[in-house]
Unconditional design. Structure first.
Lengths: 275, 548
């Protein structure tokens, strides 16, 4: 199997398969899920049977259905947040690299300021003050995350800006928007894509952590992090219920990382020996 | 081959070697095809050819090494009785760095900046457990002295960035020699150096090879350099041997047509100085300009020059002389501190951002490295078409027609218009760069070392193209270069720069004729000539001068 003229490694194929299954399930959740995520179907913690493969949860809802709807919420949210943080991070990072001088200084120091505070605690404060609605959650995590994207985008762009074709564009009198979008972005896309995969995982886990702590996705909507939180006590009674959402998080993270590793190896060059 | 070498034993015997690219996608091109050579103790064989000729591949393969995805697919490499292909990677590693040594082109990129020179010079013999650290250090100091490095006892405690490029290249030679190798591979060791530094390094290398009686493969693209050092010369092209013979025979009576062309380009040089000044007002007038980088001493100090329509003015100097900075001041990338830059009579704003679009259009630039001067993600249409649409606001169809016209002008096929620039060869990229500059219809083109990254014959064609364009369009060139051969051929005016100041200027004929400025003379005398005795003569003359 090949993508973009590069051979896919076995792990990359596994990773892509995992991502594909997750995406299909997330997109077609209402069609795939046997029940609605909020419908109470029986007793709390009912054992698995032929209708409810993984049993029922603390309120008597179908765990399989909640996992499927949770995929939609968790993956969708992580995608939106990562995309937003990349838009912010790339534009500001590239702008800092291209303009240099005080713009670069101001942006870089602002980012240093944000980076100096523990992300989780910072997010905690903001979400407690502004309430944990979805828009607030999205913007908060995206802004906090964009600081890391800024760092990468700036350092990649600084390398490209020093190349002569960018100088040629400057001498022509091009504005910074042209330089960012036409000269730098196409040449920075490889490391940024790899970073996107990585950041997606982190965001995903971050949302899970916030939900686990009760500040993320609010009930009754299902998401994998809050499901782990809701089910965690059952581990004391020998129930596997909290392991299902935890495993879902783990598997998707591994899948994405397989693909990211492959992309990174594609762009790194090494020395070899063949006699 | 002198008779004394003819009798010595063969240390490296390469028989019918083939090196080819093998990737997951299947078999790639053959890089080295059926090359054989016998290297005797004390002998230096020069490998010469243009890029892609397989010189470096042969150099590495003679140590049993290939680059990623390349494989030695045929033949034998016999070193001291063992075929390097027959032993395993461990066995080869035991020989490399000790019995087989390699000196790379760019010493600056080959040293670890975080370790002292001594640590790196001693690393191989200590790691291979053939010397104690103290013995290795003593040997290194001895070599430093032989290589005429300053302060041989203490230079080893410095870091790579604390010595000059020429010194670093010689330290690398010491690193190669410290394990007392039997074969040394020199891979273009002086190409990245200034001409005056090159002479010192060449003399040091030659002394080293003679004193230690080692055998060497000397890889270069410059026939005049190899003439000074090699006993025999092998001319390569497209991975195949073109001609192999005694150095004198290759240089003086080349048999093959390709060798004859190489020799001819180097010896004769087609003088096409007929650039003529035209018009009463200079296109560009630089008036006692001073420039510096913040907090640093002046990089250029009091430089003045005038370029008229149809002129080719060469700015000559070594690295660090400020010649590229001068170009940055003219283009406005580096604002001048004092003085004036007038363009067609009107003073140009010092800063790029304050210049009008028309002012920007009239000065264009062509760069040294075509690989980084063109955005690898853009097509030829994007690259050449952008100045047309940017400055002249043409429709897409008109832009395309103009680009096709320019491609024809550059002798490039029209179907290149859809190609990405990364798919072109070096010479083709440089033609696209020229087309991009011309698309703006400029009055002045600044050429920053435009041929130095290209092969000799390709560079020659680029110079000829530039000349033809000047004849047709009357554009003026400011030609920044360290290649004095090219200067004599293309420029009608010349400015010689040393440490940011002009030391000589005027018509090419008068600057390059006696009485010279001492620095001009040093530069001129450092350009290698095709005679094998040239280096001895230069060194003898300098010694005589130093004594007097």
């Amino acid at each position: 199997m090949r993508i973009l003229g590069h051979k896919l490694s076995v792990t990359a194929q596994i990773g892509l398969a995992i991502i594909a299954v997750n995406l299909i399930v997330a997109v077609f959740a209402p069609l795939v899920a046997p029940y609605d995520q909020t419908t109470i179907l029986g007793d709390a913690w009912a054992d698995p049977d032929i209708h409810h493969w993984l049993g029922l949860d603390n309120l008597g809802r179908d765990i399989v259905s909640r996992l499927i709807y949770g995929a939609r919420m968790s993956i969708g949210l992580a995608l939106v947040i990562t995309a937003l943080s990349f838009c912010i991070g790339i534009i500001t990072g590239f702008a800092a690299a291209v303009t240099g001088g005080w713009v670069d200084q101001a942006l870089s120091r602002l980012v240093d300021l944000l980076l100096s505070m523990p992300t989780l605690i910072f997010a905690f404060v903001i979400l407690s003050v502004l309430g944990s609605g979805l828009p607030v959650l999205i913007v908060t995590i995206a802004v906090l995350d964009s600081t890391k994207v800024f760092r990468l985008a700036r350092s990649v762009a600084v390398g490209i800006v020093s190349l002569e074709f960018v100088e040629a564009a400057r001498l022509r009198g091009e504005g910074w928007w042209w330089i960012i979008t036409r000269e730098i972005l196409p040449n920075a896309i490889a490391p940024l894509t790899a970073e996107f995969g990585l950041r997606f995982c982190f965001t995903f886990l971050f949302i899970a952590a916030l939900s686990f702590l009760g500040l993320g996705v609010q009930p009754p909507d299902a998401d994998w992090g809050s499901m782990v939180k809701d089910y965690r006590d059952m581990i004391n009674f020998g129930s596997a219920a909290p392991l299902y959402p935890a495993a879902a998080i783990a598997i998707l993270t591994i899948g994405v990382n397989f693909v990211v590793d492959w992309m990174l190896s594609m762009h790194s060059r090494g020395q070899g020996e063949g006699a | 081959m002198t008779s004394e070498i003819a009798g010595t034993p063969i240390v490296l015997d390469i028989r019918a070697m083939r090196v080819a690219v093998r990737t997951d996608a299947g078999d790639g091109p053959v890089l080295v095809n059926d090359v054989s050579l016998e290297l005797r103790r004390g002998e230096v064989i020069g490998l010469i050819g243009e890029s892609g000729a397989g010189k470096s591949t042969i150099g590495l393969a003679s140590m049993g090494y290939t680059r990623r995805n390349c494989f030695i697919v045929g033949g034998q490499i016999v070193f001291a009785g063992t075929d390097l292909r027959a032993i395993d990677a461990e066995g080869r590693r035991a020989l490399r760095g000790l019995k087989l040594a390699y000196i790379a082109q760019s010493a600056a990129a080959s040293f670890n900046p975080a370790m002292t020179l001594m640590d790196q010079v001693c690393e191989a013999p200590v790691r291979h457990k053939v010397m104690t650290r103290a013995d290795a250090e003593a040997a290194a100091v001895h070599l430093f002295r032989e290589l005429d490095l300053p302060n041989p006892e203490t230079i080893g405690s410095r870091y790579p960035h604390q010595v000059s490029g020429g010194q670093l290249q010689r330290v690398m030679a010491a690193m190669a020699m410290v394990g007392k190798p039997e074969v040394i591979v020199f891979d273009e060791p002086t190409t990245a150096l200034d001409v005056t530094t090159q002479v010192e390094c060449l003399a040091a290398f030659r002394k080293l090879i003679r004193v230690h009686g080692a055998a060497a493969l000397y890889i270069t693209h410059d026939l005049a350099v190899v003439a000074q050092i090699a006993d025999r010369i092998m001319v390569l092209r497209h991975g195949k041997m073109v001609e192999f013979g005694e150095a004198r025979q290759i240089l003086q009576e080349p048999r093959e047509e390709y060798t004859q062309r190489l020799v001819r380009e180097r010896t004769e040089g087609h003088a096409f100085i007929d650039a003529k000044s035209a018009g009463a007002l200079p296109v560009l007038a630089v008036e006692s300009v001073v420039a510096d980088y913040v907090g640093k001493p002046k990089v250029i100090d009091g430089v003045s020059l005038e370029i008229f329509r149809g002129d080719t003015l060469a700015v000559v100097g070594e690295s660090g002389s400020g010649k590229s900075t001068l170009a940055r001041v003219v283009t406005g990338l580096l604002p001048r501190v004092a003085g004036d830059v007038r363009f067609n009579g009107a003073s140009l704003p010092p800063r790029l951002s304050n210049r009008t679009r028309d002012q920007l259009r009239r000065i264009q630039m062509i760069y040294q490295m075509p690989d980084v001067a063109l955005n690898p993600q853009q097509t030829v249409l994007d690259v050449i078409g952008r100045p047309v649409s940017f400055y002249f606001k043409r429709s897409r169809k008109e832009v395309r027609e103009r680009v096709l016209e320019l491609l024809r002008h550059m002798d490039l096929p029209e179907h290149f218009i859809e190609r990405k620039t990364s798919e072109l060869s070096g010479g083709q990229k440089q033609r696209v760069s020229i087309a991009r500059a011309l698309a703006a219809e400029p009055d002045l083109i600044i050429c920053d070392e435009v041929t130095s990254a290209l092969d000799q014959l390709v560079g020659e064609e680029i110079l000829r193209l530039l000349k033809r364009l000047q004849d047709e369009l009357g554009v003026a060139y400011m030609f920044i270069t360290h290649d004095l051969g090219a200067v004599k051929r293309v420029a009608n005016k010349v400015v010689v720069m040393l440490r940011g100041q002009m030391v000589a200027s005027g018509d090419t004929a008068s600057v390059f004729a006696p009485p010279y400025h001492p620095y001009t003379e040093l530069l001129l005398s450092s350009v290698p000539e095709m005679r094998p005795d040239w280096l001895d003569e230069v060194l003898a003359r300098r010694r005589a001068k130093a004594a007097a």
